[in-house]
Design a protein around this ligand. Structure first.
Ligand code: HEM
Length: 126
């Protein structure tokens, strides 16, 4: 149904929550990602839940609370290498599988996430 937003097409709030809950344990277990994330991941999970909701065309929950996302700028304090971008995407791909995000909406979301992840790179691999 072309009139649905991607947010609606994936199943709305409960699917966004499932993605976030599948993603961060993988991030925290990943040797390249673990060192740049805080030990208390709960606030990051909540921000990502708000962000993904609006990124998918749902209510603009992130911007209501934090203003314009400016994600590249918000990531500048963290050394994001090409290898870390690939690691982030690998964790996200598994999270989307676990949350059951499939089909055309998965493909278009995936293309946008790949672009966003590459855009976040701000330093070279060591
Ligand atoms: C925050 C890493 C890509 C969305 C963060 C934080 C780190 C991080 C370390 C901050 C955690 C803290 O608050 O201490 C990475 C890495 C990426 C990546 C290594 C690899 C390319 C992305 C992408 C998106 C995204 C592609 C969105 C599609 C967010 C959001 C936040 C965040 C919404 C919270 C921003 C805020 O502080 O309000 N990320 N990230 N990240 N990231 Fe990423």
């Amino acid at each position: 149904d072309q009139t649905k937003t991607p947010y609606e097409a994936i199943g709305g709030a409960k699917t966004v929550r499932a993605i976030v809950e599948a993603f961060y344990p993988r991030v925290q277990a990943h040797p390249l990602l673990k060192p740049i994330f805080p030990e208390d991941i709960t606030p990051v999970m909540e921000k990502q839940r708000l962000f993904l909701t609006q990124f998918l065309g749902g209510p603009p929950l992130y911007s209501e609370k934090y203003g314009h996302p400016m994600l590249r700028a918000r990531h500048l304090p963290f050394p994001i290498t090409p290898a870390r971008a690939e690691a982030w995407l690998a964790c996200m791909s598994e999270a989307l599988d676990e949350a059951g995000v499939q089909g055309a909406v998965r493909e278009s979301l995936w293309a946008r996430l790949v672009m966003a992840a590459h855009h976040m790179v701000n330093t070279e691999d060591q």
